[in-house]
Design a binder for this molecule. Sequence first.
Ligand SMILES: NC(=O)C1=CN([C@@H]2O[C@H](COP(=O)(O)OP(=O)(O)OC[C@H]3O[C@@H](n4cnc5c(N)ncnc54)[C@H](O)[C@@H]3O)[C@@H](O)[C@H]2O)C=CC1
Ligand SMILES: O=C(CO)COP(=O)(O)O
Length: 324
Amino acid sequence: MTIGVIGGGAWGTALAQVAAESNDVLLWAREPEVAGAINSAHENIVFLPGVPLSPAIRATGTLDDLSECEMLLVVAPAQHLRAVLSEAPRADVPLLLCAKGIEAGTRLLMSEVAAQVQPRAPIAVLSGPTFAHEVAARLPTAVTLACEDEALGRSLAEKIARPFFRPYLSTDVIGAEIGGAVKNVLAIACGIVEGRGLGQNARAALISRGFAEMTRFGLAKGARAETLAGLSGLGDLVLTCSSTSSRNFSLGVGIGQGRAASELLADRKSVAEGAFTAPVLQEAAREIGVEMPVVDAVCTLLAGRAGVNEVIGALLSRPIRAEG
Ligand SMILES: NC(=O)C1=CN([C@@H]2O[C@H](COP(=O)(O)OP(=O)(O)OC[C@H]3O[C@@H](n4cnc5c(N)ncnc54)[C@H](O)[C@@H]3O)[C@@H](O)[C@H]2O)C=CC1
Ligand SMILES: O=C(CO)COP(=O)(O)O
């Protein structure tokens, strides 16, 4: 079977490599130099350099070429997903959504955006603790694959599973998406703590209190508690809050060291989704009356409305309250 991959960033490329172990893969890349190098040198020189790619991966710059694929992995960044999926051929094949974020303006999750622009396509979500370079190196990785249609979810999981890449099934699409979107914002917060040298205790506190925020927001939006505590929620939160391999965490480190978020973001070619998700998550939480003080703090720092010491001081001086 031919699996299509929409998005030639690090994650799209790593997933293409997984899928290419037992399928033909056609990868759409926006940048001609990315598609060219994958076809000529079997390497994504821009977003995943140094990883020899399978010859079963072909790249194209034309979305229409994906019309013959039997399933599509959608790996364009969250804020571009609507535009890219709108230009893709009308599909009635399954879309496996792999981006982590909430759309600015509409406050929609990726599954909701995909349902609007590709209404005939069955939708599933893949999310979890998955650094692209580790997956590309075939290091053991487990993910959540969420699909309301259980039988379809199982068949998609069977198509992409490998001994080193292990999907766990769920029917909680919203839960899987909320975990992945929220953890990116919390990873920025943990990076700030690291960059400011505030210690391991503070980071553990932020992970726990951040998880409480993720849970409050997720439950209010209809997510299931066990999904939020699983691979796509807590699992990914722990990964991205602990490593400079995370672009969100490393953005936070720079902010914690006193650099302006705008300057750090302008320097990047790779995406730090949390920077885009943070303000829309804050709006969505306020709309439903869910308190998210760590998310609020990240928003203040991303917008440059206050300094790091002031924001952390305000977080630490909140009234004493019950943990649960
Ligand atoms: N890199 C990773 O380890 C993982 C990434 N993800 C998620 O996958 C999604 C894609 O991230 P990466 O592959 O890491 O990206 P990346 O940071 O490696 O590359 C940036 C991507 O953005 C695309 N892009 C830039 N401007 C665009 C535009 N105007 N329209 C459409 N596309 C545009 C580029 O073509 C490229 O594919 C994100 O939502 C990310 O959170 C999820 C799991 C792991
Ligand atoms: O989502 C990821 C790992 O699961 C990648 O995290 P970053 O986008 O912060 O690099």
